[in-house]
Design a protein around this ligand. Structure first.
Ligand code: URA
Length: 206
């Protein structure tokens, strides 16, 4: 009984929470590890992605693959120091299907997002950012608790927390959406709009 009570005890620190997440099994088997959030507690801006990708899964750090590199560049152009921000994901394990040697990303289901949501909420409670930026539909779903039409609703949005409060939030596109756009001119425009969103988000905490 005591052990069961302990297991249910809420983590008191971000490090404790991360130990729990780090020890958890992926909902869908296959991931190498849980990829934890990265950045300082007390960061003014937290940036939430979807889930770790192939490279993040191997390296154990968020946003180090192609989408992460594009995000890093966009943050820099928007005047946001990546190392001063807190970066994390709505879902902590990489989900994929194997195609030969390649591991193809699979979007998490709404049920999977829900499974991880409490952890994300606790994580943000510890980090206490003044603004939470949702990158793409999965992060927006996790943070807003409803499905969000990202291209139509991009911009400031309140996100609920576990205490019934509202966090200052901002919705924008996911950098992997930019990477997937087939047309070069369209891609350039969409990237510029992404940087403009990040600049606007920065303005909310400056
Ligand atoms: N895409 C995400 O949403 N998160 C990562 O960490 C990497 C790619």
């Amino acid at each position: 009984k005591a052990v069961a009570a302990m297991a249910r005890q809420e983590p008191a620190t971000l490090a404790e929470l991360n130990r729990v997440i780090g020890r958890s099994e992926p909902l869908v088997p296959g991931a190498t590890r849980a990829v934890l959030g990265e950045g300082p507690e007390g960061a003014a801006i937290a940036i939430v992605g979807e889930q770790p990708g192939d490279q993040e899964d191997l390296e154990g750090r968020p946003f180090v693959g192609p989408a992460g590199q594009l995000l890093t560049r966009a943050l820099e152009e928007a005047g946001i120091d990546r190392r001063a921000a807190y970066l994390t994901n709505a879902v902590k394990h990489f989900k994929f299907v194997a195609r030969g040697k390649r591991r193809l990303h699979q979007s998490p289901t709404a049920g999977e997002v829900k499974h991880y949501r409490w952890w994300l909420m606790k994580e943000l409670d510890f980090v206490r950012p003044r603004l939470v930026v949702a990158l793409g539909a999965t992060a927006a779903l996790a943070l807003a608790g409803r499905s969000v039409a990202v291209l139509r609703e991009r911009g400031p949005m309140g996100f609920g927390d576990l205490q019934g409060g509202i966090r200052q939030g901002f919705v924008t596109v996911h950098p992997s959406y930019l990477l997937r756009l087939p047309d070069a001119a369209e891609k350039e425009n969409a990237y510029a709009a992404f940087v403009a969103d990040l600049r606007r988000a920065r303005g909310m905490v400056d």
